[in-house]
Design a protein around this ligand. Structure first.
Ligand SMILES: [Fe+2]
Ligand SMILES: [Fe+2]
Length: 475
C-alpha cells in the first residue's frame, strides 16, 4: 500500500499526519480516487502540464500558488478556514450554544446526508465535463476547464475528509460510493438531476459554470453557517475557489455574446441562419441555453416546501445565505414566506411557514444573484447597439421539482396549454438542431493566443500572464 507523504502530496492545515485512523482511511481511498480520475477525469489529458492554481494555505493574501503541473499529480489539499474558539450557533433551536467540533449523535444521519449530497456534485461535474477538452476554443479556455476540474476534485477531497474524520465506517462507505456513482449512469447515477445532464459543448459549459456552480456557491454559503464547525470552515474555504468557476461562466458567455454582436454588426443582420452561416451563435440560441440551464439549476434547491429544510435549519445544520447579516430572530418560528402555486390555471402566491420554505428562500437569493450577471451580459449587447435583451425565465418555467413540477409555463410566467407548449417549446428550450449547430462549431483550437471564431478573446490572462501565454504544455 502506498504511504502518503502528507506535506508533499496533500497540503493541509488539519494535521493529517497526526491521526493514524484517518491516515489509513485516506491511504485506502487515495488510489481509488486516482483511478476514478484516470477513468472519467478529463479525457486525453494525462501528460499535459497545465498552468494551475493550487491551494496551499488559507491566508487570504496568498492562499494559492501557480505553476505547470500534471493534473493527476495535482496536490489535492485539505483546508479548513481558521477556527474561532468562541464561535456559537447563531440560528435555529441551539442559538447561543457552542458550535460542535464533532457530530452530535442525533444529527449524524442528516449531516452525513448533507455532506454526501454536496460531495456527490463535485466528481459529477468532472464527469460531465470530461470530453470538453477535446473541443476547447483556446488554450486559455482549456486551462480554465482543467482548473475547475481539479478544484472540484479538491472539493471532493474536502467532503471525503469530513466523512472519514467524523463518520467512522459509514463515512468510509459513503466516501467509496462517491467514486462509484457516475453522472448520467442509469443504474448508479449521481444524486441530483442537474448533475446527470450532459455538458456536451462549451456554451453549455459556460452556462453550467455560471448557473450551476452558482448553486454550489449558495449551498456552500448556507453550509458555511453550520453549527458543525468543521463543515462550516471547510465550505467557507471552498467558496474562495468557487468564485473562479463562476467567473469562467460569466466571462465565457459574455465573450460568446460579444463575438456574436460583432458579427451581427459586421453583417448588419440579426438573421439566425445568416449568423450561423458566419459561424457564430445567434442570440436566440444563447437565450434558449440560458432558459435550460437556469431552470434545471433552480430545481437543485429542492421542493419549495420541505420539512427537511426546516429540520436542517432548526437543528443548526444548514443556515440561510448570509445568515449573520439578517436582522430577524434567526429562529423563524411563526414567520411566513410566499411560495407559488397553480390554482385553476393561474399562478398564485401562497403564504407558508418560513421554516418549511427555506429551500425557496435560498432559491430566491440565488435568482437575485443570477439576474445581476445576466444584466452584465446585456450591457455587452447594448454597447454593440443591438436592441435585444437576455432574460432569465420565470421561476416556474420548465421545473421538475416542487409544486411547480410539470406545469406548462411560458418563460414569461404564463400558464399555457399542452398545445401552445408543443407549438412553442422549440423557441423556449434548445432543440436538437440548436445543439447540433453548436456542436458543429466545436473544433479544437489550442495554439497559443488563438481563439475559435465563435468566441472573443478574454480581456486579460490568468494570474497576470498574457492571453497568449502557454497555459497548457502538450506532452
Ligand atoms: Fe465544487
Ligand atoms: Fe465549482
Amino acid at each position: 500500500m502506498t504511504t502518503i507523504n502528507y506535506t508533499d502530496k496533500i497540503p493541509n492545515n488539519v494535521n493529517l499526519g497526526d491521526d493514524r485512523t484517518l491516515q489509513r482511511a485516506l491511504e485506502q481511498w487515495q488510489p481509488n480516487f486516482v483511478n476514478w480520475w484516470d477513468d472519467v477525469g478529463p479525457e486525453g489529458s494525462t501528460d499535459h502540464e497545465v498552468y494551475l492554481r493550487t491551494a496551499t494555505s488559507v491566508d487570504p493574501q496568498g492562499w494559492a500558488q501557480f505553476g505547470h503541473v500534471k493534473m493527476r499529480d495535482y496536490r489535492w489539499g485539505i483546508f479548513l478556514n481558521p477556527g474561532d474558539a468562541g464561535r456559537q450557533v447563531h440560528f435555529g433551536d441551539h442559538v447561543g450554544e457552542k458550535v460542535w467540533q464533532d457530530v452530535p449523535g442525533e444529527h449524524r444521519a442528516n449531516l452525513r446526508r448533507i455532506i454526501v449530497t454536496q460531495g456527490d456534485t463535485e466528481p459529477a461535474s468532472v464527469e460531465q465535463q470530461r470530453h470538453l477538452g477535446l473541443t476547447a476554443p483556446s488554450m486559455y479556455d482549456l486551462r480554465n476547464l482543467f482548473q475547475i476540474n481539479v478544484e472540484e476534485g479538491r472539493h471532493l477531497w474536502a467532503m471525503v475528509y469530513l466523512l472519514h474524520k467524523h463518520f467512522g465506517r459509514d463515512g468510509r462507505e459513503e466516501a467509496d460510493a462517491l467514486l462509484e456513482r457516475r453522472s448520467g449512469d442509469e443504474n448508479n447515477p449521481r444524486i441530483l438531476g442537474a448533475f446527470n445532464e450532459q455538458t456536451p459543448d462549451w456554451l453549455a459549459f459556460f452556462m453550467f459554470t455560471y448557473f450551476t456552480d452558482r448553486d454550489g456557491k449558495f449551498q456552500l454559503a448556507a453550509l458555511a453557517e453550520s453549527a458543525f464547525d468543521p463543515l462550516a470552515r471547510t465550505t467557507k474555504f471552498m467558496l474562495t475557489e468557487e468564485a473562479h468557476h463562476m467567473f469562467v461562466g460569466e466571462s465565457g458567455v459574455s465573450r460568446v455574446i460579444s463575438r456574436t454582436c460583432q458579427v451581427m454588426n459586421e453583417l448588419k443582420t440579426d438573421d439566425a441562419q445568416a449568423l450561423r452561416a458566419a459561424g457564430v451563435i445567434d442570440l436566440p440560441t444563447i437565450q434558449r441555453y440560458l432558459n435550460f440551464h437556469y431552470s434545471v439549476t433552480i430545481d437543485l434547491f429542492g421542493a419549495d416546501q420541505s420539512s427537511n429544510a426546516a429540520t436542517f435549519y432548526s437543528s443548526g445544520l444548514k443556515g440561510r445565505y448570509e445568515e449573520g447579516k439578517r436582522g430577524d430572530d434567526h429562529i423563524l418560528k411563526g414567520q411566513t414566506y410566499q411560495v407559488l402555486e397553480v390554482v385553476g390555471g393561474q399562478l398564485v402566491d401562497k403564504e407558508v411557514p418560513m421554516l418549511n420554505a427555506l429551500n425557496e428562500v435560498l432559491r430566491d437569493d440565488f435568482i437575485k444573484d443570477s439576474v445581476a450577471g445576466v444584466e452584465r451580459w446585456n450591457k455587452v449587447v447594448a454597447k454593440a447597439g443591438i436592441p435585444v435583451r437576455l432574460t432569465v425565465p420565470h421561476k416556474a418555467f420548465n421545473r421538475s421539482i416542487g409544486a411547480l413540477a410539470g406545469i406548462r409555463m411560458s418563460p414569461e410566467g404564463r400558464v399555457v396549454g399542452d398545445q401552445e407548449w408543443a407549438a412553442r417549446k422549440d423557441t423556449w428550450l434548445p432543440t436538437a438542431e440548436d445543439r447540433a449547430f453548436v456542436a458543429s462549431l466545436m473544433g479544437r483550437v489550442v495554439e497559443t493566443g488563438k481563439f475559435a471564431n465563435w468566441i472573443a478573446p478574454p480581456v486579460m490572462g490568468i494570474n497576470r500572464q498574457p492571453v497568449d501565454f502557454e497555459y497548457v504544455r502538450f506532452n
